[in-house]
Write a protein that binds this ligand. Structure first.
Ligand code: SF4
Length: 240
């Protein structure tokens, strides 16, 4: 028998000084295979066109639809309503600038973090196609690809106690990026260069090993393993 779902959704427009943060309830009949993305789209189309939430790909690739679902960060497009109780509470990801309702500016946060960590491939002074396309051992390519699967959804930041207390914390997403470029044989940076950007309380030493990031990452990235590895190799090389 189909259920009637009751959604309790956070509503707030931070650009309107008169607008007070609140929750709003919606009822919706559940249909087979319904995801939270489908449910929100139906609510917006049939009940409330003013409801804000983000989506692009609807396939767990863009990371836009991350939100707090019954207290846990996750992707709306990859969450079946059948996996949840009939009462569903939806809140925006904490730790990011609120755009409105369930929509947050993860892009601004990710850009600032990436610029601070210089999270891009650093090649020789005059890179050429030979350097960029140099063959890589399949095992190495697979290890780099594994960490490259991050979709920058922000769930790990929302699920992290340190990130909620320290605005300068680069989060598991930032440390995963450093681990990814450190692995890449084309990147010319030394270990000291990498550790310079994550070797303090805003990086590996701010992590309290609560495993929140690891638990909520929708791509099941080995986040705690990477953070622990960075920390251990710093100690081993006397960089800490
Ligand atoms: S590490 Fe996982 S949870 Fe964090 S931004 Fe990347 S995909 Fe999302």
């Amino acid at each position: 028998m189909s259920r009637t779902l009751i959604f309790t959704v956070f509503r707030h427009n931070p650009r309107d000084p008169a607008d007070v943060p609140r929750t709003q309830s919606y009822r919706l009949d559940e249909t087979p295979g319904m995801t939270l993305f489908i449910a929100l789209t139906r609510i917006r189309e049939e009940q409330d066109p003013s409801l804000n939430y983000d989506f692009v790909c609807r396939a767990g690739v863009c990371g836009s639809c991350a939100m707090v679902i019954n207290g846990r960060p996750g992707l709306a497009c990859r969450t079946l309503t059948a996996s949840l109780p009939a009462e569903i509470r939806l809140f925006p990801l904490p730790g990011f600038e609120l755009i409105g309702d369930l929509s947050v500016n993860t892009g601004k946060w990710m850009r600032a973090m990436s610029e601070r960590l210089r999270a891009w491939l650093h090649l020789e002074a005059e890179p050429n196609v030979d350097v960029l396309e140099a063959p890589m051992e399949p095992e190495m390519a697979e290890a780099v690809y594994e960490l490259d699967r991050c979709i920058e959804c922000g769930c790990c930041v929302a699920g992290c106690g340190t990130a909620q207390m320290r605005p300068d914390f680069v989060g598991a997403v930032g440390m995963n990026k450093i681990a990814r470029f450190r692995l890449d044989p084309r990147d010319v940076r030394s270990d000291a260069d990498f550790y310079e950007v994550v070797g303090d309380d805003s990086g590996v030493f701010g992590c309290m090993s609560l495993l929140g990031c690891h638990d909520v990452c929708p791509k099941q990235l080995p986040l705690q393993t990477q953070i622990a590895y960075l920390r251990r190799s710093m100690a081993r090389q006397g960089l800490w």
